[in-house]
Ligand binder design. Structure first.
Ligand code: KG4
Ligand code: ZN
Length: 351
């Protein structure tokens, strides 16, 4: 079976073809994964401008789907089903993908399933690695979300904690903007951090009053908060910049110190949740999972704690449509019925 995935929730217009393989060790294979990024358009404004995003999706969607079919060496008649991101995201942006996918499904008489964007990020792990030991704890960490899910069975996503305020990616983007490093901030902070001293700048670690690890109740233990760290970083930077421009070395040190605190918080909370839930594996997905230190630290911690850690490759970490196709396949395998009576939902709850 071949499924066409379509993703337009934010600032990437994406289409991909994913096929079932019949191989239990690796049941799904990416046949094509095309992304038209709008980064250059939004960079000028320092962040995503919703109206510009929807207009650009309109311009790009037909060409992106054509290229996805071409790269997969198939035509419309080879596609057995469609999957599209229903939400959450920017409503105008989502509407472009949803309208396109519904029109295509209707005219071709193909089944279509709506997909939750975060289910897509979670399934990117299964798309890359095949079956991983269950129950798993998966951290979804992106520009809009920082959430921990327990996956007790295939296709079941149980929220066990999330950020009380900002998402981790949002904090990366804000700090990068203040440092004059451009948008999106995560990749450039990651690069500059490699050149800096991660102990050079004293930034506060997010603190929570919650149950201790010896009495593992989940409440308070799996939540995140990045607004305090973000405000402290903003204050420090403003004070420093009042005294004149920062040197490259200072910028590198700031990136390294900030990244260390964010990554330590993410890794600590994820492994605390895994221990409390008796997880047999840990997954990390979403745009921030592209962060080199997060990947390295999580893998090291996994080895120390005897828990296998799974991360998608970089091509499946940031927004893409192959993960949406995978989540669509998961829903179809779970018996989901095709429907056309759904609409884009910017605040779609996780099923
Ligand atoms: O998943 P994604 O592409 O879109 C959302 O669903 O939000 O995530 C985008 C976020 C941005 O905040 C970006 O700065 C961050 O992922 N990001 C990174 C890295 N690459 C992307 N953050 C830290 N390190 C990276 N290497
Ligand atoms: Zn995303």
């Amino acid at each position: 079976m071949k499924i066409l995935g379509i993703e337009t929730s934010c600032d990437e217009t994406a289409a991909a073809v994913v096929a079932t393989t019949g191989d239990a060790a690796k049941p799904w294979a990416v046949r094509s994964n095309i992304i038209a990024s709008q980064t250059a358009i939004h960079r000028e404004w320092g962040g995503v401008v919703p109206e510009l995003a929807s207009r650009q999706h309109l311009r790009d969607i037909c060409g992106v789907v054509d290229r996805a079919l071409e790269a997969a060496e198939c035509g419309w008649s080879d596609i057995d089903a469609l999957a599209v991101t229903q939400g959450p995201g920017l409503v105008g942006a989502l509407l472009v993908g949803v309208s396109y996918a519904k029109a295509a499904a209707l005219s071709l008489a193909k089944p279509i399933v709506p997909v939750h964007h975060l289910a897509g990020h979670i399934e990117s792990i299964w798309l890359e690695h095949g079956p991983i030991p269950l129950p798993a704890v998966v951290l979804v960490v992106s520009g809009g979300h920082t959430s921990l899910y327990e996956v007790p069975a295939l296709g079941v996503y149980r929220l066990v904690g999330r950020t009380r305020d900002d998402a981790a990616g949002e904090a990366f983007d804000k700090v990068a903007r203040l440092l004059g490093l451009g948008y999106p901030g995560g990749p450039v902070v990651d690069r500059r951090a490699k050149l800096g001293n991660d102990q050079a700048v004293a930034l506060p670690r997010p603190r929570f009053t919650g149950p201790s690890r010896s009495k593992p109740h989940l409440e308070g233990m799996t939540e995140f908060s990045f607004s305090g760290l973000k405000s402290a970083a903003v204050r420090l930077l403003q004070q420093r910049q009042d005294a004149g421009p920062m040197t490259d070395e200072e910028v590198n040190d700031f990136c390294a110190s900030f990244q260390r605190i964010v990554v330590e918080t993410l890794v600590d909370r994820t492994f605390a949740a895994a221990a409390a839930l008796g997880a047999r594996s840990v997954g990390i997905a979403g745009g921030v999972s592209a962060n080199s230190r997060l990947r390295a630290d999580a893998l090291t911690r996994g080895v120390a704690e005897g828990l296998p850690v799974f991360v998608p490759p970089l091509s499946l970490s940031t927004d893409n449509a192959a993960m949406i196709a995978a989540a669509g396949l998961r829903r179809l395998e779970g018996g989901a019925k095709s429907a056309l009576n759904f609409n884009a939902d910017p605040a779609l709850p996780m099923p």
